[in-house]
Design a protein around this ligand. Structure first.
Ligand SMILES: *[C@@H]1O[C@H](CO)[C@@H](O)[C@H](O)[C@H]1NC(C)=O
Ligand SMILES: *[C@@H]1O[C@H](CO)[C@@H](O)[C@H](O)[C@H]1NC(C)=O
Ligand SMILES: *[C@@H]1O[C@H](CO)[C@@H](O)[C@H](O)[C@H]1NC(C)=O
Ligand SMILES: *[C@@H]1O[C@H](CO)[C@@H](O)[C@H](O)[C@H]1NC(C)=O
Ligand SMILES: *[C@@H]1O[C@H](CO)[C@@H](O)[C@H](O)[C@H]1NC(C)=O
Ligand SMILES: *[C@@H]1O[C@H](CO)[C@@H](O)[C@H](O)[C@H]1NC(C)=O
Length: 624
């Protein structure tokens, strides 16, 4: 655990400020922690150390004059400080750091070794939010800084911005709701000749009275140099966006619309894939889903049709192909092509891009269904980490999903299984807590103190790093010893990190291990193994049965919507599901809850269609 302790100290200095961690960045075996007014450098070696201490600490406070201006503009004292919101590796020896600096953001280079500032600070405008509560995204590519944030004090002007490097500074069109409507930026990845941004925003393409949030992916060409002096000068000529489709199939589709987190591009089953966590809106029944998107499918949608609204009252329709100018709007103009730079593109193409940023099609998820669905948990899932090199041969994929409060759900993912149908692409492995109330504070800061900020794999130590405002916790990726004493529990866990050793223990298998062990990640041989005595086995296997298949999950999530609540929790290592019904007379049937008997309504199908009506309205409001 890291709680702000320095060399040789177990606890932070008496009277020191509470930590208020904003960002963490792991570079090989070193963790950089961006806090409020401070930056820490923490070694992750040795992997067995239980106390993480900083070797370097740099204090970077706002000037009194900046704080005065901030206070004068009506901000609270607690907000008028320097919150580190951008923390990136710029080159091997340099960190690039931006702080909100009392609502007057600044950025500077810092030495990776000494944490000393290198050179002058530069404006953080359009690179870093003013308000520490705002979400922002930043990424370096070819020496250029790509950021997604807001550029003003009032947080009205949302922007995707490129600066530094050799090319001109570019931004998205200002105050145009076709480009952005109240976006919340989640992640950015570099792929091929583009940078892709993942975010959610208010959909402007639905003519609903209510505001509907949808999830998006947008992309820009890395080599964009902006438009002509007449159209899109100093603005992107390649900005396009599309909806992400993470939905549960059925007679009527149920969409998970609220994007929460996205992984980097990983290779899964031979495809370049990102995994994304979605949830339902916060004022509805809690539900979360993980969908996988193939980057080649994402790119294909940007080669597809555009969508437009002909007049402010009309509905949005696809643009007929013969009305799309050539060369294709949004393409990356480069030397050797008809137009050697984006600034040379004819005005009609630039005008088209400016007025048609939205693609008609949504990006389909792999398998056309979520890989994991969870409903009615106490907390929504908001973070994701993926290990594509899990297990002794480094060829298994394990996904860790973090809830708002730091509970982690661990799944084995088999990307090739979805095609075969029966098994489903994911297997639930275990659930564990990462928050340490004894070290990080027993909800002193309320729920906010226990908010999971980030979840990152630290493969070399076989750990996961979970960052909270008051602490960073390292937890092992597996707890194999809990299955010791019984071969069936150990092998039946299907946990690729665990193996049954000849001495009768269940051991953690580091990649490339030479130890002898038995393992069956497919779960095929488990029924043939000897029995174990005790409760743990019964409850574990029962629970697993309920979680294997997406279809079953969908059914049970539907059942859960109807029945009322499925409470899943942890007590003494045994997961308990309680059945509670609309009529209070629900039976427990195997791993699931039975359907109401007596009371009203008696036909689940009837309820379903009514609730589905809500779902289709994409709000889920009032259901249940
Ligand atoms: C930024 O640089 C200026 C000029 O060197 C300096 O006066 C100011 O204190 C710096 N601001 C921060 C927040 O470091
Ligand atoms: C920051 O470092 C980069 C190289 O890593 C350098 O090109 C740039 O000029 C530096 N910026 C400042 C403000 O010192
Ligand atoms: C999954 O399928 C892809 C392509 O069909 C193949 O390249 C890959 O090796 C397969 N992966 C596994 C784990 O079988
Ligand atoms: C593009 O072509 C024009 C002439 O048509 C030339 O002046 C310019 O240097 C070229 N730009 C690049 C980036 O090659
Ligand atoms: C989302 O995907 C499903 C399943 O492929 C499809 O039926 C549905 O029409 C898609 N929705 C959108 C908005 O494209
Ligand atoms: C992983 O590698 C092992 C040993 O080469 C092999 O037996 C196993 O089938 C592989 N599993 C997957 C999912 O590729």
């Amino acid at each position: 655990v890291f709680v702000g302790s320095g060399p040789g100290r177990l606890t932070p200095t008496e009277g020191a400020d509470d930590l208020n961690i904003q960002r963490v960045l792991r570079v090989n075996r070193t963790l950089f922690i961006g806090d409020r007014d401070n930056l820490y450098r923490v070694e992750l070696e040795p992997p067995t150390s239980t106390e993480l201490r900083y070797q370097r600490k740099l204090t970077w406070r706002s000037n009194p004059s900046d704080i005065d201006v901030c206070r004068m503009k009506g901000k609270q004292e607690g907000e008028c400080r320097n919150f580190v919101k951008v923390l990136l590796l710029r080159d091997e020896s340099t960190l690039f750091v931006c702080g909100s600096n009392a609502f007057n953001p600044v950025c500077a280079n810092y030495s990776i070794d000494t944490l000393q500032p290198l050179g002058d600070n530069i404006s953080g405008m359009a690179r870093c939010p003013y308000d520490p509560k705002h979400a922002n995204v930043a990424l370096f590519s070819d020496g250029m800084l790509f950021t997604a944030t807001v550029t003003d004090f009032l947080a009205i002007d949302a922007v995707i911005y490129r600066s530094l490097g050799d090319r001109p500074t570019l931004r998205t069109v200002k105050h145009d709701s076709k480009w952005f409507k109240e976006p919340y930026f989640v992640h950015a990845v570099e792929w091929g000749s583009h940078v892709y941004f993942f975010f959610r925003e208010i959909a402007m393409e639905f003519n609903y009275l209510e505001k509907v949030v949808v999830s998006r992916v947008a992309r820009v060409c890395k080599n964009d140099v902006g438009g002509s002096p007449r159209v899109l000068e100093k603005q992107w000529t390649s900005f396009l966006k599309a909806r992400l489709n993470c939905s549960v199939p059925g007679d009527s589709h149920f969409y998970f619309n609220v994007l929460q987190a996205v992984t980097g591009v990983v290779s899964l089953g031979g495809r370049p894939v990102v995994l994304a966590v979605f949830s339902t809106p916060s004022n509805s029944i809690p539900g979360s889903a993980v969908c996988a998107f193939d980057m080649t499918h994402v790119a294909a949608v940007f080669e597809g049709r555009f969508r437009e609204q002909k007049s402010p009252e009309s509905i949005w329709t696809p643009v007929p192909e013969d009305q799309v100018p050539r060369p294709r709007p949004g393409c990356c103009a480069a030397p050797g092509m008809q137009y050697n730079a984006s600034s040379a593109l004819p005005d009609d193409i630039l005008n088209f891009v400016k007025t048609h940023p939205l693609m008609d099609e949504a990006v389909p998820s792999l398998g056309h269904a979520p890989w994991i669905v969870r409903t009615l948990m106490r907390h929504q899932l908001t973070r994701v980490a993926v290990d594509v090199g899990a297990g002794p041969w480094g060829n298994q994929t394990v996904v860790f999903l973090g809830s708002e409060a730091g509970t982690v759900l661990k799944f084995l993912v088999r990307p090739n299984a979805s095609a075969s149908g029966t098994a489903g692409p994911s297997v639930f492995l275990e659930e564990f807590e990462t928050y340490r109330p004894d070290r990080c504070g027993r909800s002193g800061g309320g729920e906010m103190g226990q908010r999971l900020l980030s979840l990152e794999l630290d493969t070399a130590s076989g750990g996961l790093l979970a960052a909270f405002p008051r602490c960073v916790v390292r937890v092992p990726v597996a707890r194999c010893q809990q299955y010791s004493g019984c071969m069936k529990n150990c092998i039946g866990s299907q946990d690729p990190y665990c193996g049954w050793a000849p001495d009768g223990s269940c051991v953690f298998l580091s990649p490339g291990t030479r130890a002898a062990f038995e393992q069956d990640v497919s779960g095929a041989s488990t029924p043939g193994l000897g029995d174990c005595i005790g409760l743990l086995r019964a409850s574990l296997s029962e629970d697993r049965a309920g979680l294997v298949s997406v279809n079953l999950l969908v059914t049970s999530s539907v059942a859960a919507f109807v029945v009322g609540a499925v409470v899943s929790g942890f007590s003494g290592g045994v997961r308990v599901r309680a059945c509670e019904g609309c009529c209070g007379r629900v039976r427990r049937v195997g791993h699931a809850c039975g359907v109401c008997r007596g009371g009203r309504p008696q036909r689940p199908g009837h309820w379903l269609s009514r609730h589905w009506g809500f779902h289709k309205a994409e709000g889920l409001r009032g259901a249940g």
